[in-house]
Ligand binder design. Structure first.
Ligand code: UGA
Length: 452
């Protein structure tokens, strides 16, 4: 294998090794770059160095181990080492919601720049990938200019990431677009070099200013959240009008101007991105004096949270009007299938609420059990779907894992106390479950609908 110097490839550091950073590091190593992943958590760096992924992400574990074995991928907690190693530093640290308000907490980001900046004494590019309120990159560029001994030879770009959890490897290696907020032609050329392979494969490369690049990401997530809440608002109307939101969604999705993506009705969106990103967007718009421009996002958020409340109501209805003394079997805990992420998980929120209302709740998820147990030790946890629903008065499907979609209604029916199910993700074949004697209910669908 030629060294990066032979191939003209730059050495890359990735600061922050969560879903985004680890996927970015392992994918760039697979494209032939020498990559150093950096994190302040020594335990995380030790695990990654052993080839152990600290979270569930299909395909990423093997890419990590291949990268380590090739010698192109390594990990460290040392910022001085990172500064000496890298020509391009990708910043992938978290920007969670700040406690007690809507705004984003940028402390990891500023902490990273403050630690790295004073060590940057040769030409390099710092490229932010974290999702940030518009204007953050300009502030960080000024901060870097103050801190870095390399002065103008050390530039800051913004290169947002659009990967989805559960699809991180494919989305990183084959992005549908690459957006680069760049201060100079030199910075653009460096990023074009990093993404040479996906660009050759046809990914559009859009060079723009820092603010636009930051906004593209926030706007994309706001649009996706709006689309999901739109179809869930239609589900509310369908419930009142005895119409079927699944058929409605399918019919809408055939319109190429609307499209099928992000139009699946159900329990709504969760995770570490969409909920906090729309809230941070509202907070930032307020600071910019354009609050009304995005005030609809409050409605988007409210619709989303109302789906959780509706799910609890439906479950209570099937439980006979009260949760007291009832057993509820819950299938799914992760915020979506393919991930073990429970951040703002609608499933876990519903399960914990029902427990708080007096039911005995037993959960199962194929991958998110230990995270859920840590977050909600008061709930009870099963080793399988069958065990979770054994003796249940009501069964709730809250995360649409394939194994739940394919579950045998007869087999589960033999385990439960009563054949009541609420399909929170419109993922089951209603006809099949009804034929097996289940009282099947779903969000946004009429009581006796015949549909799938
Ligand atoms: C989202 C975006 O899709 C990515 O493009 C973005 O890069 C990422 O946030 C991020 O900012 O890092 P992700 O949170 O992994 O990705 O998940 P999605 O697949 O978008 O799903 C988000 C939530 O919406 C899940 O809870 C999912 O169950 C729900 N959803 C999604 C629906 O309820 N209906 C749909 O039709 C689609």
């Amino acid at each position: 294998m030629a060294s990066p110097a032979d191939t003209g490839k730059r050495r890359i550091t990735v600061l922050g090794t969560g879903y985004l950073g680890t996927a970015h590091a392992a994918c760039l190593a697979s494209l032939g770059f020498e990559v150093l992943g950096v994190d302040v958590s020594a335990a995380r760096i030790a695990a990654l160095s052993r080839g152990e992924l600290p979270f569930h992400e299909p395909g990423l574990g093997s890419l990590l181990r291949t990268g380590l074995a090739s010698g192109r991928l390594s990990f460290s907690t040392s910022y001085p080492y990172a500064a000496a190693f890298g020509d391009v530093h990708f910043v992938c640290v978290g920007t969670p919601q700040r406690a007690g308000c809507y705004a984003a907490d940028l402390s990891q980001l500023t902490g990273c720049i403050d630690a790295l900046g004073p060590l940057l004494n040769r030409p390099c590019l710092v490229a932010g990938k974290s999702t940030v309120p518009v204007g953050t990159a300009a502030d960080l560029a000024a901060r870097l200019a103050r801190l870095s001994p390399a002065g103008p030879a050390c530039e800051l770009a913004w290169n947002p990431e659009f990967l989805r959890e559960g699809h991180a490897v494919a989305d990183t290696l084959r992005p549908d677009r690459i957006v680069a907020g760049v201060p100079s032609a030199r910075a653009e050329a460096i990023l074009r070099g990093v993404y040479a392979d996906p660009i050759r494969a046809g990914a559009p490369f859009l060079a723009t200013d820092l603010a636009t690049a930051e906004l593209v990401k926030v706007a994309a997530n706001a649009f996706l959240a709006t689309k999901i809440s739109f179809i869930n608002a239609m589900a509310e109307v369908c419930e009142a009008a005895h119409a079927d939101v699944m058929m409605l969604s399918e019919a809408l999705g055939h319109d190429p101007r609307i499209g099928r993506a992000a139009l699946r009705p159900g329990l709504g969106f969760g995770g570490g991105c969409l909920p906090k990103d729309i809230r941070a967007f509202m907070a930032r718009a307020g600071e910019l004096g354009v609050e009304p421009a995005v005030s609809f996002l409050r409605e988007v958020d409210d619709i989303n949270l109302r789906r959780r409340a509706r799910m609890v109501d439906l479950a209570r209805e099937l439980a006979g009007g009260s949760f007291a003394g009832r057993n509820i079997g819950v299938l799914g805990v992760a915020f979506k299938p393919g991930s073990d992420d429970i951040r703002d998980s609608p499933a876990l929120d519903v399960a914990a609420t029902i427990h708080g209302l007096g039911a005995s709740v037993r959960l199962f998820d194929p991958v998110a059990m230990s995270q859920a147990r840590r977050a909600h030790p008061e709930l009870s946890f099963a080793d399988s779907a069958i065990e979770a629903v054994t003796g249940a008065d009501v069964t709730l499907l809250l995360t649409e894992w394939q194994e739940f979609r394919e579950a045998d209604p007869e087999k589960l029916g033999a385990a439960v106390a009563r054949r009541n199910i609420v399909d929170g993700r419109n993922a089951l074949d209603a006809g099949r479950w009804r034929a097996a004697g289940w009282h099947y209910r779903a969000l946004g669908r009429p009581l006796g609908h015949a549909g799938k």
